[in-house]
Design a protein around this ligand. Structure first.
Ligand code: MRU
Length: 366
């Protein structure tokens, strides 16, 4: 996608052919800087500190992390150590394990000296496939938005088509396009009069900082709202559809996404607002059925709750304390929305009911 007229991906192989470039997402929207990851420790640190984040991008960074590790030591033991180190960085997004297993399984049969190049090729393939999957999600989601917009009462068809989204499931969360934001970009480019309600998404504010940044750079009309405003807007007919991403989707169609997603799904259900979840195949965990009981939920530092980061009047990026001294915080980073609250899953293969039958209908061979 575009930043000041230049097309970017979120991750790339640097010109030395050995190191990996990423956008530092901890400083956005105030400062656009890139970082170079030179070894596996740096890749692991970039994932755990959320320099890179978003389920698909975490997966691709993990794949390149294995490449970086093998450039230093291509042995079986080093491969296993790097796999475990990277896999432990963030526990909820299944794309990480999926990408690490895919690279590891491709490398293990090879002689060690061939592994670094093979890892590079496989990581690049995963990245390219992610772009293609997200673009296809965009096409399927666009068709849904066009149908919903056209189905509104005649006297409302000149109004903007209002979509609400939570967290950041845009191109910054993937390699390009995004999952939930891909249909929004495609709709905007297709000329649909679309407007996006952007949940700020406490505690890390990926909506206010990253989604708003992305939409602004692409010229998509949007408004940032506090997380608690969505239900009110739905009650007053100001949301035509909700669309979010997911970090792990069980085979039954339960979806785990950024904390607060479940409350939006409840509000949408109560107000008959369609609630869509956009995902590539790499986000489906076929081994799990009941998302609430089985998906591991990352607990992040309480400091992310008790403090908030922003830019001060001198232009410095700084953190301030929100809570009284001594008040503890608790920070579960994700929640699970049961399949019954999901109108449909939008995947690269098409649109499915959020159920085992629905997913199997699209992925019979998986
Ligand atoms: O903690 P984050 O910022 O990695 O969480 C990101 C999300 O929850 C996204 O909605 C999710 O990864 C889907 S991404 C396309």
């Amino acid at each position: 996608m575009n930043i000041d007229g230049k097309a970017w991906r979120t991750i790339w192989l640097e010109s030395d052919g050995r190191s990996v470039g990423v956008i530092d997402q901890t400083l956005l929207p105030h400062r656009f800087t890139t970082r170079t990851l030179c070894n596996c420790d740096e890749a692991a640190e970039a994932i755990s500190t959320m320099v890179v984040r978003g389920a698909p991008l975490i997966g691709v960074t993990g794949a390149y992390g294995l490449m970086l590790a093998l450039q230093e030591d291509p042995s079986d033991a080093a491969l296993q150590t790097a796999f475990e180190q990277l896999n432990a960085t963030r526990p909820t997004a299944v794309n990480l394990r999926w990408a690490l297993e895919r690279v590891r399984d491709r490398l293990l049969p090879l002689p060690p000296e061939q592994r670094p190049e093979a890892a590079k090729r496989e990581a690049a393939r995963i990245a390219d496939e992610d772009v293609a999957m997200c673009a296809a999600i965009g096409d399927h989601g666009l068709a849904i938005f066009q149908q919903l917009a056209a189905a509104r009462p005649v006297d409302r068809r000149d109004e903007p088509f209002n979509v609400l989204t939570h967290c950041n499931a845009g191109w910054l969360a993937t390699v390009d396009w995004g999952t939930a934001l891909a249909p929004i970009y495609k709709a905007h480019r297709a000329g649909l009069n679309i407007h996006v309600w952007v949940d700020e998404t406490r505690p890390r504010n990926q909506g206010a900082s990253l989604t708003a940044y992305e939409l602004g750079r692409e010229g998509v009309p949007h408004t940032v709202i506090v997380d608690n405003a969505g239900g009110h807007l739905m009650q007053h007919g100001q949301v035509d559809a909700v669309i979010v991403g997911t970090d792990r989707t069980t085979r039954r169609g339960d979806v785990c996404n950024k904390i607060g997603t479940y409350l939006k799904a409840l509000a949408a259900h109560d107000n008959q607002v369609p609630f869509y979840v956009a995902l590539p195949a790499s986000t489906i965990d076929w081994t799990l059925g009941d998302g609430v009981a089985e998906i591991p939920i990352e607990a992040r530092s309480a400091q992310e709750v008790t403090q908030i980061q922003g830019r001060d009047s001198a232009g410095m990026i700084t953190s301030v304390q929100l809570t009284p001294d001594g008040s503890p915080g608790f920070n579960p980073a994700f929640d699970v929305t049961p399949a019954r609250l999901v109108t449909a899953l939008i995947t690269e293969r098409g649109v499915a009911e959020a159920s085992e039958a629905g997913l199997k209908g699209l992925y019979a061979d998986d």
